[in-house]
Ligand binder design. Structure first.
Ligand SMILES: [Zn+2]
Length: 389
């Protein structure tokens, strides 16, 4: 944007006098910063990248230690970017930015001009948002219909996520099914980044119509609701068993208790319980695997919907009738705690996969499943009116 454009945008209202004042007092100011962006390559570390960006070792160390409590920079991921902001005049580093995920960024700022004092904060990423509409008729799959229109494939995932408890997007989709979706498109610095929230959607599946509206309650809980204010999401049980304690949490790398060496990531939680403790399905679903499963020992895999699958490992035995293809109800016992497979003592190895990716069972955000409360009804009606789909 040319300088004059910036001024007009900044003042908002174009007043002759203000404009003249700015014109006479603002000399063309260059950006006081220069920015170095570094992609994180395989095998690289924060200190290597910082050094490549021209950051002094002491500064990199100070940033690393002061951000540790907020975000551990040893967890930076390959393929992402570290952004270093330098002062153009002094060449000193002023700020480091890193997008932790699609919603939050780490911002580390120098709080003193003379010393290495750094303040680390997690901040929501401030996207510019544009509301957009898409619709289509399905030939073979939702994914193909969306990609075929030149739309972002992540929109198909978001739509499947919103209706995951109503529609099986793998098994139930028929030719001629149709959808309409009102959603946010996210931009950063004018460039398109990704689809944001789905605000409202309509899906016709096998002659049945499903409606969904995004709504944030006055208690700050958000989720999708149908036209009657019923939650589209069902609730998982908090835990599949009564356990004593967590012996291994969800990590990307850990010390293996059997081999006593650093081993693969433990993208699951281990819940210690007595032999024979019953383990239940956390939701209604279908058993997709039951029985001996290598290192997992005797395990059971349950598919809840397109989005969520859980794997239970090290069972002593399966519950009666549990086999591949069995339909299970939430709370139904599927097996009993044991120590089969790669295990040192009785515990449940508990994994949840979301669209095939391992997620931490204790931190996944699952909505509470409650309908719209009376106090929120009028606000919800406004949302329905606004996105009259
Ligand atoms: Zn485990």
């Amino acid at each position: 944007m040319p300088l004059i454009g910036k001024i007009l945008a900044a003042t908002g209202v174009v007043l002759g006098s203000v404009f003249i004042f700015l014109k006479s007092s603002v000399t063309v100011q260059e950006d006081p910063n220069f920015i170095v962006k570094k992609e994180i390559l395989s095998g690289s570390t924060f200190s290597i990248i910082a050094s490549q960006a021209g950051v002094a070792t002491g500064t990199a160390e100070a940033i690393f230690s002061s951000s540790k409590g907020v975000y551990d920079l040893s967890n930076i991921r390959e393929g992402k970017e570290l952004v270093f902001v330098f002062d153009k005049n002094t060449n000193d580093l002023k700020e480091l930015d890193y997008d932790i995920n699609t919603e939050e960024e780490l911002v580390v700022k120098n709080t003193s001009t003379s010393t290495e004092e750094w303040l680390a904060e997690k901040k929501p990423i401030e996207y510019q948002v544009e509301v957009s509409t898409a619709e289509g008729i399905i030939e073979s799959s939702l994914y193909e219909t969306i990609v075929g229109q030149g739309l972002d494939n992540r929109l198909a995932i978001a739509l499947a996520e919103a209706f995951a408890w109503q529609i099986d997007f793998v098994g139930d989709i028929q030719k001629g099914d149709s959808f309409k979706v009102i959603y946010e498109k996210r931009y950063l610095n004018g460039g398109y980044v990704m689809p944001g929230k789905i605000l409202a959607a309509k899906f016709n599946n096998a002659g049945q119509q499903y409606l969904g509206y995004y709504f944030k309650t006055s208690d700050d809980k958000d989720g999708y609701y149908d036209e009657n204010g019923k939650s589209l999401q069902k609730v998982f049980l908090k835990s599949p068993l009564q356990y004593k304690y967590i012996s291994s949490g969800f990590t990307y790398k850990r010390l293996d208790p059997v081999t006593e060496t650093y081993y693969h990531a433990h993208r699951a939680v281990d819940l210690v319980a007595n032999y024979g403790t019953p383990v239940v399905a956390i939701g209604d679903g279908t058993v997709t695997q039951a029985g001996w499963n290598g290192q997992y020992g005797i395990s059971v895999t349950i598919r809840y919907n397109d989005m969520y699958t859980s794997v239970y490992g090290h069972f002593e035995g399966l519950a009666k009738g549990i086999k591949r293809g069995t339909t299970v109800k939430q709370g139904q016992v599927v097996g009993y705690v044991g120590s089969t497979g790669n295990s040192t003592g009785p515990h449940l190895h508990y994994e949840i996969h979301k669209f095939g990716t391992f997620v931490n069972p204790f931190t996944i955000e699952v909505p509470d499943g409650k309908p719209i409360a009376d106090k929120d009804k009028s606000a919800f009606d406004e949302v329905k009116k606004q996105y009259n789909i």
